[in-house]
Design a protein around this ligand. Structure first.
Ligand code: C2E
Ligand code: MG
Ligand code: MG
Length: 741
C-alpha cells in the first residue's frame, strides 16, 4: 500500500478530534520532514518542535537532539541572540514576517550564515511562540564574499594596472583603468561612457579598426595589433592592443581591451631603424668608397704593373725597334753559352753595322734613319730562326746570337741578311738602299763569353768594312793580330807623351800664286823605341777611342804654337801653323778657351793659328758645332775643313761654317791627271769655294801635272810631296829659309 492510500483510509476511519489532531500533527510532521528548509517552533525560548532539515543545519542527525534545548544556543553568543530578538520582535509583533541574514552557530561551534524568516503564532501574544524558517546560506554567502573579494581585487588590479584595461560595449567605455585615461592624457574618469572614436586619429581609422577586430573577436580569438591612437592633445601615440570579446557568441556583451603604451619603444624602434638606415647608408657609402678605393687600387696596381712592364721593357728592350737590348742579350748569351758548353755545340755571334748610316741621318734626318732601323730590325728578325736573338746595341749596331750554329751555318745566315738588306727601303718619298757589314765570332773557337765574342765580331766587322763593306768576315788570326796590335799600341800610347816619344813634323803649304810657303801643317809623329815609327793614321784612331787624344791634342797645339812663336822670334818669315783637331777634341767643352790660353802662353797672334776640322765634327750636332766654330772664329783663330769631299757636309751648313779654307782631300788629287771624275770634282770644289769666298788648298800634290791642273783651276794653295814631305823642326826651318832666299 502506498502512503497516500493509507492516509485516505486512515482519515475515513478516525473521526474523533484527538485522533484528528494527532493526524494533523503527523501530517504536519511529514510536511516538516520533507521541507528543504529548516523549520522550528520556538516557545518560551525553547525549541518545541523542528524538522530534520533544521536539525541537520545545526549539525544533528535527529530532531530529538534539539527538543527543549534553549534557542540561544543556536546563536554565536548572547549578544547576537538579543540583537536578533530586539530586531525581530517589533516586526513580528505587527504580525509581519521578520526576515534577516544572520550568523548562527552549529552544534560543534562553527558559525554560518543563515537566512531567517520569523513569524509569531499569535502576534498579540508572544507567549504562544514563533515559527522560524531557516535557510543555510553559508555557501552562497561565502561565494558572494569570494566574488566580492574577486571584484575588489580586480578593481584594485585595474586601478593600479600599468597596462591600460578597457571595457567596451557598443564601442563605448563601460569601465577603464585610470592608466588608460592617463595614457591618452585624460583625467581619471573622463573617458567613462566615451565613444572609442575619441582616441582614433580619424574617422577612417576608427572604422577600419572595427572592421579588423570584428572577425577575431567573433571567433573568440584575440585581436592583437599595434595601433596609432590619438592623445587628448591630438598627438599620436603607439599602443599595443589586445582585445577579446566577453562572449564571442554575443558581441553585444562587449569586449575587453588591454593596451600598452609602446610609444617609447616605437620611437626607440624608429630611432633604431633610423640608425639602422643611417648605418646602412653609411655601409653603402663606405662600400662604395671601398669599391672605389678597390678600383683605384686595382687601377694603381695595373698602372704599377704596366709601369713595371714598361720598366722591364725599357730595361730589356730597345725602345725604337723593340729588339732585346744589351742587358737581355747578356742574359740570353749566358744561357746559350752554358747550354752549348753542356751539349758541346757551336754558337755564332754576329756584329752588324750599317755602312755610312750617318749619311742617312744627316741628309734625310733622324726620323728617316729611325725608320730604316725599324725596318731593318724586322728584316733581321725574319731572316733568323726563332731560337736566335737579334739585339740592338744602339745606333746602327746589331748583335745576332745564333745558338747551335757553326761557321757554315753562320755564313748562310750572313748571306741571307745581306740579301734581305739589299731590297730597297721605301720610306716616305725616299727609296733607300743600305748595306751592312757583318763580323762573325764563333764559340768556342774565338771566345767563351759575350764580351770576348762581341769584341772579336766587332773587329771582324771592321775588317769587313775595310775590305769594301757590304760583306761579312769571320774573326781570324789576322784580325786577332790586328786587335792585339791595337791593344798594344793603346797601352804604349798611354806613356808616349811622358816618355817624349811624340814629336811634330811640319809640312809646308805653298801659295800657288807666289810659289812660296805661306803655312805649315803640324803632323804628329810617334817613335816607339821597340815598335819604331807608328803612323798617325794608325794611332790617332786609337788615341781617339781611348780619350788619349785630349792630352795629346793639347800637346800638339801647344808645341806647334810655341814652335811658330820661336820661329817668328828667330826672324823666320811669318807663316800660319795648321793643327789637326780631332772631332773628339772639338766636342770637348773647353777647346776654345784652351786654344786662347795656349796662344796667350805662346804670345802668338790668333790669326797665325789654323785649326783643321773634318766634316765629321758637325755630324752629330751641326748647331752646336757651328756655335763652337763661331766661338773660335771670334777669338781670331782660322778654321779650315780638312779632307774636304770625303765627308758628307751639306752645302747649306758649309755656308754657315765660319771657315776660310777648304782642304781638298788627296784622294781626289791623286788621279786628277787621268780621272775625269776627279777632275770634275776638284774643279767643282774650287769654283764653289771661290763663289763662297773660301780659299782652297790641295793635299797630296806629288806631280807637276797635278799642280798644273790645280793652278789652272784657280786653287789657292798646295801641300804635298811635290814640294816637301812633312819635315822635322830644323829641316822645316831650313826649308823656309831656303825658299825665302
Ligand atoms: P791629314 O791631316 O790629311 O794630313 C795629311 C796627310 O797626308 C799626312 O799624313 C801627310 O804626311 C800626308 N801627305 C802629305 N803630302 C802627301 C803626298 O804628297 N802624298 C801622300 N801620299 N801623302 C801626303 P800623316 O802625317 O801620316 O797623317 C795622317 C793623318 O793623321 C792626317 O791626315 C791627320 O788626319 C792625322 N794627324 C796627323 N797629325 C795629327 C795631329 O796632330 N792631330 C790629329 N788629330 N790628327 C793628326
Ligand atoms: Mg790635316
Ligand atoms: Mg787631309
Amino acid at each position: 500500500m502506498t502512503a497516500s492510500v493509507a492516509h485516505i483510509a486512515t482519515q475515513a476511519r478516525l473521526r474523533d478530534p484527538v485522533e484528528q489532531l494527532q493526524l494533523a500533527l503527523r501530517e504536519q510532521q511529514v510536511i516538516l520532514d520533507t521541507a528543504g528548509v529548516g523549520i522550528v517552533f520556538i516557545k518560551q525560548r525553547l525549541v518545541i518542535r523542528c524538522n530534520l532539515r533544521f536539525a541537520q543545519i545545526f549539525g544533528h542527525t535527529d530532531t530529538a537532539d534539539l527538543l527543549n534545548s534553549p534557542n540561544v544556543s543556536l546563536y554565536p553568543d548572547q549578544t547576537a541572540f538579543h540583537a536578533l530578538g530586539e530586531a525581530a520582535y517589533p516586526v513580528m509583533a505587527q504580525g509581519l514576517a521578520y526576515k534577516s541574514e544572520v550568523r548562527m552557530k552549529r552544534r560543534d561551534g562553527p558559525l554560518f550564515w543563515a537566512h531567517l524568516t520569523g513569524k509569531l503564532v499569535n502576534p498579540a501574544n508572544t507567549d504562544e511562540g514563533s515559527i522560524w524558517i531557516i535557510d543555510d546560506i553559508d555557501e552562497q554567502k561565502s561565494a558572494q564574499a569570494q566574488l566580492q573579494a574577486l571584484l575588489t581585487e580586480q578593481s584594485l588590479i585595474l586601478d593600479n594596472a600599468l597596462v591600460s584595461i578597457l571595457f567596451l560595449r557598443d564601442r563605448k567605455v563601460t569601465r577603464c583603468t585610470p592608466s588608460f585615461e592617463l595614457m591618452l592624457g585624460y583625467a581619471v574618469g573622463e573617458l567613462h561612457g566615451a565613444s572609442s572614436r575619441t582616441w582614433y586619429m580619424s574617422e577612417q581609422d576608427w572604422v577600419e579598426a572595427s572592421e579588423r577586430c570584428y572577425a577575431p573577436l567573433a571567433q573568440g580569438r584575440t585581436f592583437n595589433e599595434e595601433m596609432v591612437l590619438r592623445r587628448k592633445d591630438g598627438s599620436p601615440m603607439f599602443c599595443h592592443v589586445q582585445a577579446k570579446a566577453i562572449d564571442s557568441q554575443d558581441l553585444s556583451q562587449g569586449s575587453i581591451w588591454i593596451g600598452l603604451d609602446i610609444t617609447a619603444r616605437k620611437l626607440a624602434e624608429q630611432e633604431l631603424q633610423q640608425a639602422h638606415l643611417h648605418l646602412e647608408q653609411l655601409v653603402e657609402q663606405r662600400t662604395q668608397e671601398l669599391s672605389q678605393t678597390v678600383l683605384a687600387l686595382e687601377k694603381e696596381a695595373q698602372e704599377k704593373k704596366a709601369a713595371q712592364a714598361h720598366i722591364q721593357q725599357l730595361a730589356h728592350f730597345d725602345p725604337l725597334t723593340g729588339l732585346p737590348n744589351r742587358v737581355l742579350l747578356q742574359d740570353r748569351c749566358q744561357h746559350t753559352l752554358s747550354m752549348a758548353r753542356r751539349k758541346q755545340q757551336a754558337v755564332a755571334l754576329m756584329f752588324l753595322d750599317l755602312d755610312h748610316f750617318k749619311n742617312i741621318n744627316d741628309s734625310l734626318g733622324h726620323r728617316v734613319g729611325d725608320q730604316v732601323l725599324v725596318e731593318l730590325a724586322a728584316r733581321l728578325t725574319s731572316a733568323v730562326r726563332e731560337q736566335d736573338t737579334v739585339s740592338r746595341l744602339g745606333g746602327d749596331e746589331f748583335i745576332l746570337l745564333l745558338p747551335d750554329t757553326d761557321a757554315y751555318g753562320a755564313s748562310q745566315v750572313a748571306d741571307k741578311i745581306l740579301q734581305a738588306a739589299l731590297l730597297p727601303f721605301q720610306l716616305e718619298q725616299h727609296e733607300l738602299t743600305v748595306t751592312p757589314s757583318i763580323g762573325i765570332a764563333l764559340y768556342p773557337r774565338d771566345g767563351a763569353d759575350l764580351d770576348t765574342l762581341s769584341k772579336c765580331a766587332d773587329a771582324a766587322m771592321y775588317r769587313a768594312k775595310e775590305d769594301g763593306r757590304n760583306s761579312y768576315r769571320f774573326f781570324t788570326h789576322d784580325i786577332q793580330a790586328q786587335t792585339d796590335r791595337t791593344l798594344l799600341l793603346g797601352n804604349a800610347l798611354r806613356r808616349a807623351l811622358e816618355r817624349q816619344q811624340l814629336s811634330l813634323h811640319y809640312q809646308p803649304q805653298i801659295a800657288l800664286a807666289s810659289g812660296r810657303p805661306v803655312g805649315a801643317e803640324a803632323l804628329l809623329r810617334w817613335h816607339h823605341p821597340d815598335l819604331g815609327a807608328i803612323s798617325p793614321a794608325e794611332f790617332i784612331p786609337i788615341a781617339e777611342s781611348s780619350g788619349l787624344i785630349l792630352p795629346i791634342g793639347e800637346w800638339v797645339i801647344r808645341t806647334a804654337c810655341a814652335q811658330l812663336a820661336q820661329w817668328i822670334e828667330q826672324g823666320l818669315a811669318p807663316i800660319t801653323i795648321s793643327v789637326n783637331v780631332s772631332s773628339v777634341q772639338f766636342r770637348h767643352a773647353n777647346l776654345p778657351q784652351l786654344v786662347s790660353d795656349i796662344l796667350e802662353d805662346a804670345g802668338l797672334p790668333p790669326a797665325l793659328l789654323e785649326l783643321e776640322l773634318t766634316e765629321g765634327v758637325a755630324m752629330d750636332n751641326p748647331h752646336k758645332a757651328i756655335a763652337v766654330m763661331d766661338d773660335l772664329h771670334r777669338r781670331g783663330v782660322k778654321l779650315s775643313i780638312d779632307d774636304f769631299g770625303t765627308g758628307y757636309s751639306s752645302l747649306s751648313y758649309l755656308k754657315r761654317f765660319p771657315v776660310y779654307k777648304l782642304k781638298i782631300d788627296q784622294s781626289f788629287v791623286r788621279d786628277i791627271e787621268q780621272d775625269p771624275d776627279d777632275k770634275a770634282i776638284v774643279g767643282a770644289i774650287i769654283s764653289m769655294a771661290n763663289s763662297l769666298g773660301l780659299k782652297t788648298i790641295a793635299e797630296g800634290v806629288e806631280t807637276e801635272g797635278q799642280l798644273a791642273f790645280l793652278r789652272a783651276r784657280g786653287c789657292t794653295e798646295t801641300q804635298g810631296y811635290y814640294f816637301s814631305k812633312p819635315l822635322p823642326t830644323q829641316a822645316f826651318e831650313d826649308y823656309v829659309r831656303k825658299s825665302a832666299a
